[in-house]
Design a protein around this ligand. Sequence first.
Ligand code: ACM
Length: 719
Amino acid sequence: MKKIILVALLFACCIVGNAQQNTLNLMPVPKEYRLIPGKFRLTKNLIFGIGPTSAHHATNPILFEAVSRFCQQLSRKTGLVFTPQNLEPGTKLDSSASMSILTPSFGYPDAGVGEDESYGLGIESHVIGITASNIDGALHSLQTLLQLLAKDDDGYYFPCISIRDSPRFKWRGLMLDVARHFISYDEMKRNIDAMAAVKMNVLHWHLTDDEGFRVESKVFPLLHQKGSNGDYYTQTQLKEIVKYAADRGIVIVPEFDMPGHAQSWFAGYPELASQPGPYHPGQRMQWQKEHPEVKTPPVTSIADIIANMVAPTFDPTNENVYDFLDKFIGEMSSIFPSGYMHIGADENNGQAWKLNPKIMDWMTQHQMQNTDDLQRYFVLRVYGLMKKHHRKMIGWEEIYNDKLPADAVVHKWIPSDNSMIKSYGIANDIAKHNPVLISEGFYLDLFLPAYIHYNNASIAAADNPNILGGEAAQWTELVDNENVDGRIWPRAAAVAERLWSPASVTDADDMYRRLNVLSNELDEQGLNHLTNYERALRRLTNGEPTEHLQVLTDVLGQVKGYRKLVAMMMKAPQASYQTTPLTSVSDVILPDPATKRKFRALVKLYLEKKDKNAEDAIKAYLQAWKQNDAYLQPLFTGNKRLMEIQDHSKNLSASAAIGLDALDRIDKGAVDAAWIKQQSDVLSAFEKAHYEVELVVIPEIEELVIGHTIPEPEKYSAF
Ligand code: ACM
């Protein structure tokens, strides 16, 4: 009987808009759902039934393990003990099961991308039913269920609901660079868990770059021995992480960057390069070394550096290079079962080739006009090796040209309207020829607020089925094992939603409301973005209480774009981004801080609806900020790292006083144009960055002064 009710429930599902979503915390928002009156109360008597729809199928250990993890999470949250008997493999779907999962096809999650990931979830007051065509959908459904958990005076419950869900895009990735700074084995697992929580399905692992070769090679051991500082993943670890991800429905796509971004390959094997060695892994762009006379070059000179520097690059005219890559790709294919391999191929300016007469002669003999032709040749040769090892080749958009084979995947990253670096076209146009992945607009290392990624115009315009999806991208020049979680999360969840939920889900205010809930949840589940932030603050105060410091740092953000990175690149090699400890305030604060978002929502509520509770909450913030500088003063004494935010501390207090004055004047009807002008000028001066850090609540205080809301910028410049 229960089963019949359940099936009826699932099929009664219909589309519901954002009005109902406002009462839920689901992220990403499901495709279709309908809330139904009633609650499924959680008791320790939750009985699971996990079964195939057909007797011909075998039971699946992955799903049992996933349900086991789900139970542990549910137990920790509710304090209820669910007995292991409920989870015995082979448990039949009998009438005693209060939660059942039915999936017809019981296999290991596919190592590819593009499986049917859909699922249905129905909750009635005494029964929960999940159906999925595949293991991936079943795994997703458990994440949805966890996010539905709610509490009232009578305890924990799931709201009654009917959901039918499936992703908008089949490729929902996170690109993580582990070359610039190594990200540890445990940290990788934590990020995989977080990805699974928001239904991301591809981890694109940028494993090699100039600064480090992060995989153990048994065939060419000098790759990791000389190409890294000792920080690399052993093959055992790589295989374990691949399995860990697969158990959570996530495919790992490795990237081995070539022909440029390749210095670390040449530390052990200099004969593969276009210029003689010796080579050492490290930062390739060293302005100070090349131009010691120029102390502070203009930021725009970064484009000149990219265009003109001689960067370590493979020699495409050397047949031994292809023999080497053949063996290496073969070895890596045995570790990474995914059907895809990424070859990078970005940012090769051809200068290393131009300076080698042998290469130039070879190009002439082969009727090549320029180094772009040689890059094409190299990419095609590597494409052939990928085919040999049954891998689909992916490359950054620099691989794109009219001779590129139609099944090579082009990974778009350069903003189409960029004036500094040439873009290879818009995603829709490239997709007429090749499958496309979009990371344009999803670069998390630009310190942009989540709403910018959420509104990514490139994805909004994606109307070609050849656009597979996209990836949030986290480069790690300014990121290490400690701050990596805070740089990726929770903002990556906004990208995950953009790639999963229907295009019609666009309410950024509601996204932020749910992102805040999710952020706390992810940290509670084991991610360290909030925990490590607090730990870093303790380090900054040398063990003194951090309460008042955090009042300030909760409303600080990094300067947006590449300005912080460029500042680091201009430093001498001994102060490079790889050797400088990432422990300054700008390193440890969270981009797009939650307090700013909460304050912004309150100011909007107050200004647009004259909400009294919002006004009280705004006053509480402003009063705390106004007093805070006095509390912080003793901490600044003799503390060089904290002194960097001394001006911001004063300015926060001064701007809070202005905000309180504004509220008072609004109440008394005593706002006048001269006062607005004077206060706005003062506030504008407070927007100035110090040590790559900005005070982020000035726009909202400005809104209080002028008495109305101002839309946030639609974009920010990268430089
Ligand atoms: C890239 O950011 N160079 C792909």
